[in-house]
Design a protein around this ligand. Structure first.
Ligand SMILES: [Zn+2]
Length: 400
């Protein structure tokens, strides 16, 4: 699946929601303000009613006669849910149709490969919190889930086959919310969140890299996050880097992950916690100062080499670094930028920057919502286009 980083048009439902954001309105007022026929507005409203996004109120402006039927937004109705599960923590967020956060829950200390259990915990916690807050989650429109494993096109295509991974996940979530579910790799969700609301806002191309337990990249090119022909684009953690002879768990030797992942850096420095690094780096007399510096230098050089090759291949406006390594280590981003420039043709790529992520922990979960929204939006556009070709639709916009 490819995702559009910025959606380029609004659907009628979105236009109606934007209009109702200003205050309650009658059907007639909506038709007038938005310039659509009563039939078209009626069809979109039907959809919004079924999603329990709007409700009817009665207002009597003059105090006499029949009260006017007006429509207003139901702000405590959950519109979408996003979840992001990395190898260490999980986060889930529920939003209403206005994009406002209704609930956020987290879970920590996920055991290796036990993320399906973390997913269950997140679903339960979120359902409980929504219920406590008096929110209505009976008509959730979609759920986006980012999981910490590669999801290829093949895995997605088999989502309706019982027993397949995506099918199991869907069933698990359906026990809480019977709705459309999109499952993809967590990195794409995060990259999409970054492109929409983070460091990549208003840029049509960037390369997002997360360096933590593993190293994965995700490119946005001309506003599209492409997942590749088979769904495995961005596995840059397994690009071989010069000088490394270490065996990687993928079966190859000398992968970037063998020198620049959290575990690799810690192993090289003979420490078991990356959070200790800043203190040791600041103290030149610390007995481990030398080994920590060397471990970081190797990670920086190797990552810069891969970044430079990615830049020459994709020519992005910038590279965004996210994950524990750039977030915890001081000056890491600046060091990668300086080292990367040495590997580039400076006349051509002088302006290519390396920057730190601007997303908070909710960002990736919101990215999962955006991915699901984009997926449904694209399906709706395709369906409307097909209807138009058959000549049985009177308007060209999707309604969702
Ligand atoms: Zn590898």
């Amino acid at each position: 699946m490819d995702y559009q980083a910025q959606l380029d048009n609004q659907t009628i439902c979105e236009l109606i929601v934007d209009e109702l954001r200003k205050g309650p309105a009658t059907r007639r007022e909506l038709c007038f303000q938005l310039g659509y026929s009563r039939t078209t507005i009626g069809r979109a409203l039907e959809k919004l009613f079924s999603q329990q996004v709007i409700e009817v109120i009665y207002e009597n402006a003059s105090g006499r006669g029949r009260p006017a039927e007006k429509l207003q937004l139901a702000t405590k109705t959950v519109h979408a849910i996003g979840m992001d599960i990395s190898r260490r923590r999980g986060i889930a967020v529920a939003i209403n149709r206005l994009g406002e956060t209704l609930a956020v829950v987290q879970t920590f200390g996920i055991e290796q490969d036990d993320w399906p259990q973390a997913l269950e915990e997140l679903c339960q916690k979120l359902a409980d919190q929504l219920s406590t807050a008096g929110c209505n989650d009976a008509a959730v429109s979609y759920v986006g889930v980012g999981v910490p494993i590669p999801i290829g096109c093949d895995a997605w295509a088999k989502r309706d086959e019982p027993g397949t991974l995506v099918n199991k996940l869907q069933k698990q979530i359906h026990q809480h919310w019977e709705t459309t579910i999109l499952v993809d790799n967590t990195i794409r969700m995060a990259a999409l969140g970054e492109a929409r609301w983070g460091a990549g806002k208003d840029l049509s191309s960037q390369f997002y890299i997360r360096i933590s337990g593993g190293i994965v990249g995700c490119a946005t090119v001309r506003n599209v996050i492409s997942t590749g022909a088979h769904g495995y684009a961005g596995e840059i953690g397994h690009i071989g880097v010069p000088g490394s002879q270490k065996k990687c768990y993928c079966g190859k030797t000398g992968c970037l992950e063998t020198v620049a992942s959290v575990d690799a850096i810690c192993e090289h420095a003979q420490l078991d916690n990356l959070a200790l690094f800043p203190v040791i780096l600041a103290d030149e007399n610390h007995p481990q100062h030398q080994s920590v510096s060397e471990a970081i230098e190797l990670a920086v050089d190797s990552l810069a080499w891969v970044c430079a090759n990615s830049v020459m291949l994709l020519d992005p406006s910038q590279i965004v670094l996210a994950g524990a390594v750039p977030c915890l280590l001081p000056d890491f981003v600046e060091q990668v930028e300086t080292a990367m420039q040495k590997h580039l043709i400076s006349d051509l790529f002088r302006d290519t920057k390396v920057v730190l992520t601007k997303l908070d922990s909710e960002g990736a979960a919101r990215g999962a919502i955006a991915a699901a929204q984009t997926y449904l939006h694209q399906n709706e556009v395709n369906r409307t286009m097909a209807e138009r070709q058959r000549g049985d639709s009177d308007d060209y916009r999707g309604t969702d």
